[in-house]
Write a protein of this length. Structure first.
Length: 276
């Protein structure tokens, strides 16, 4: 018996040949395994737990210890609300960046070592499709699992704490800043994966920028306007509805987005010129 095989021609740009198949492969790695619910529980649990601790438990402890900050804030309710909101947007921005670096550090390096990258590139696919498919699929998963779900949990707890829905526009604006900050570290980590063949330099550069950047900024102030060093603090102020100088808000946002695009271009260019 002869099998009747009807092949369907793929309609793709030559410059992005194979992108659709690679995107499905990367998406299945997130959504077709237990990886998605493990990360959903992990990051929502971490951020929800920290925010809930600050909202509901720390105010009672601070009041019992006679902390003057409680009275200055207007009582335990206001103190807990301010503390929980600040912790979510300030510490949460850093936690999300850590999560992205951890999730992305092996994304390209491991496939290089296993030979999967070389095998995939032996197929009729464009090299840039390999990098862009990873970025797009990972960005979608990170936005849902690392950013959106913890943000929903925090929003629900903030509303529960004050007994009314938190104003959505300031909250979503703060979350948007967290997204841009997370996007920066996602593209940075993937770019580093194309430049290096082991974890240490990837972790060293990404975490060095994340934790050491503020120290460098104290010595060279203009950096806060062209790097994401101040975005965690900016997210807090925006979520509180406070007005910010235009230079302190739009400049770091613009340059952070610009750096992310540069990282993508460098990653694609490096991957297209690498011998496998």
């Amino acid at each position: 018996m002869t099998a009747n095989l009807n092949f369907q021609p793929a309609k793709e740009w030559n410059s992005l040949r194979g992108f659709a198949n690679l995107f499905r492969k990367e998406s299945r790695a997130w959504w077709g395994t237990r990886r998605w619910w493990v990360n959903a529980l992990l990051w929502t649990g971490i951020m929800g737990g920290i925010t809930g601790l600050m909202l509901f438990i720390m105010p009672s402890m601070a009041e019992a210890s006679g902390d003057p900050s409680v009275e200055a804030a207007g009582g335990p309710l206001a103190f807990g609300f301010q503390l929980g909101r600040s912790i979510f947007f300030d510490l949460g921005t850093l936690v999300m960046a850590i999560g992205v670096v951890v999730l992305c550090m092996d994304m390209i390096v491991e496939e290089k070592h296993s030979g999967l990258t070389e095998w995939l590139l032996s197929k009729p696919i464009a090299r840039r499709s390999y990098v862009l498919a990873k970025i797009c699929a990972t960005l979608l998963a990170v936005l849902v699992l690392v950013v959106a779900l913890p943000a929903l949990a925090a929003y629900a707890m903030l509303g529960l704490r004050i007994g009314a829905p938190y104003p959505p526009i300031p909250f979503l604006s703060g979350v948007g800043i967290m997204v841009i900050h997370t996007w920066f570290y996602l593209t940075l980590t993937i770019m580093l994966g194309t430049l290096f063949t082991s974890r240490p330099p990837i972790l060293g550069i990404a975490f060095g920028m994340l934790f050491g950047g503020n120290l460098v900024a104290t010595l060279f102030q203009p950096l806060i306007y062209i790097m994401p060093l101040s975005l965690s603090k900016v997210a807090v102020l925006v979520a509180e509805g406070q007005a910010l100088p235009a230079g302190l808000l739009w400049s770091p946002l613009f340059f952070t987005a610009l750096w992310s695009l540069i990282f993508i271009l460098v990653a694609v260019k490096k991957f297209e010129t690498t011998e496998f």
